[in-house]
Ligand binder design. Structure first.
Ligand SMILES: N[C@@H](CCC(=O)N[C@@H](CS)C(=O)NCC(=O)O)C(=O)O
Length: 235
C-alpha cells in the first residue's frame, strides 16, 4: 500500500519563524509534506503563494483534510495545529490562557525585536547601511525581553510550568538565536537552563535541520560564510 498523502503541507524555510511549525510537527510525530521556499528566487512573493499567505512570507500550512484550508502567521499556525492534534496547548483554562499569553509575547515582542536586531547587524550593516542607533535600540530591547523570559522561567521547567507548549515552540528558535542578534544572556541562568532542556529534545533538534540546518544562528559552523549567504538571501 502506498503511504497516504499527509493532511498538512508546510511551506517554509530555515528561519526562526519557519522552524516553529516544523518543531510542532516533528514533536507531535505528525506526517507532513515539506515544501521549501527559496528566498533567493523570491518564491514567497509569487502569486500562487500569496494566494495562500497574503503577507508573502513564510511559514504557511495547508490542511487538505479541511478543504485545503490555508493558515499563515506562525503563531496562528501553531494554535491551529495544537487544536487539530490536541497537543502542546493545555486544556486547563488558565494554563491555556498562559500559553497564549506567552505565544503573543513572542509574536509581538521577542520575534520582532530580535528580528530587527538581526536585520540591522547581519543584513543592513553587511549591505552597507550601518545604523548604530537602531542596533542599540533593538539589542537593548531584546535583552530586556530575554530578562522577562528569564524571570518567568525561575522555578519552571517550561514557560507554562511542567508542560512543553506552543509558547516554548514559538519562543525557542528566536531566544536561542541570541548569538545571531548579538544579545548577551550573561546572568540569565533560568533562560540558559531552559535552552539546555530544549537542546536535549531530539525531535526539536531534528526540526532545526529542516529544510536545512543553519548553525550560524546558534554561533556554530562557518559564521562568516553563513552571514554572507543570509545577507544575500534577504537583500
Ligand atoms: N509574523 C510572521 C512573520 C513571518 C516572517 O517574517 N517570515 C520571514 C522569515 S522569518 C520571511 O518570510 N522573510 C522573507 C521576506 O520577507 O520576503 C509570522 O510569524 O509568520
Amino acid at each position: 500500500m502506498p503511504e497516504p498523502t499527509p493532511d498538512i503541507t508546510l511551506y517554509t524555510a530555515s528561519t526562526m519563524n519557519g522552524w516553529k511549525p516544523v518543531i510542532f510537527l516533528e514533536e507531535a510525530e505528525v506526517p507532513y509534506t515539506l515544501v521549501p521556499i527559496d528566498f533567493s528566487k523570491q518564491e514567497q512573493k509569487e502569486n500562487w503563494y500569496t494566494q495562500l499567505n497574503p503577507n508573502g512570507r513564510i511559514p504557511t500550512i495547508v490542511d487538505h483534510s479541511n478543504g485545503d484550508f490555508a493558515v499563515f502567521e506562525s503563531g496562528a499556525i501553531l494554535w491551529y495545529l495544537a487544536e487539530k492534534y490536541g497537543r502542546f496547548l493545555p486544556d486547563d483554562t488558565n494554563h491555556r490562557s498562559e500559553t497564549l499569553q506567552w505565544l503573543m509575547f513572542q509574536m509581538g515582542g521577542v520575534g520582532p525585536m530580535m528580528g530587527q536586531a538581526m536585520y540591522f547587524q547581519r543584513i543592513a550593516a553587511k549591505n552597507g547601511n550601518e545604523e548604530p542607533f537602531s542596533i542599540k535600540r533593538y539589542v537593548d530591547e531584546s535583552r530586556r525581553l530575554l530578562e522577562i523570559l528569564d524571570t518567568r522561567l525561575a522555578g519552571r521547567t517550561y514557560l507554562v510550568g511542567e508542560q512543553f507548549t506552543i509558547a516554548d515552540i514559538a519562543t525557542y528558535p528566536w531566544a536561542r538565536s541570541y548569538y545571531w542578534a548579538n544579545v548577551s544572556i550573561d546572568g540569565l541562568d533560568n533562560l540558559a537552563a531552559w535552552f539546555d532542556r530544549i537542546d536535549e529534545r531530539a525531535k526539536t533538534q531534528l526540526a532545526l535541520t529542516k529544510p536545512k540546518p543553519f548553525p550560524a544562528f546558534f554561533g556554530k559552523g562557518d559564521v562568516a560564510a553563513s552571514e554572507a549567504a543570509n545577507a544575500a538571501r534577504f537583500r
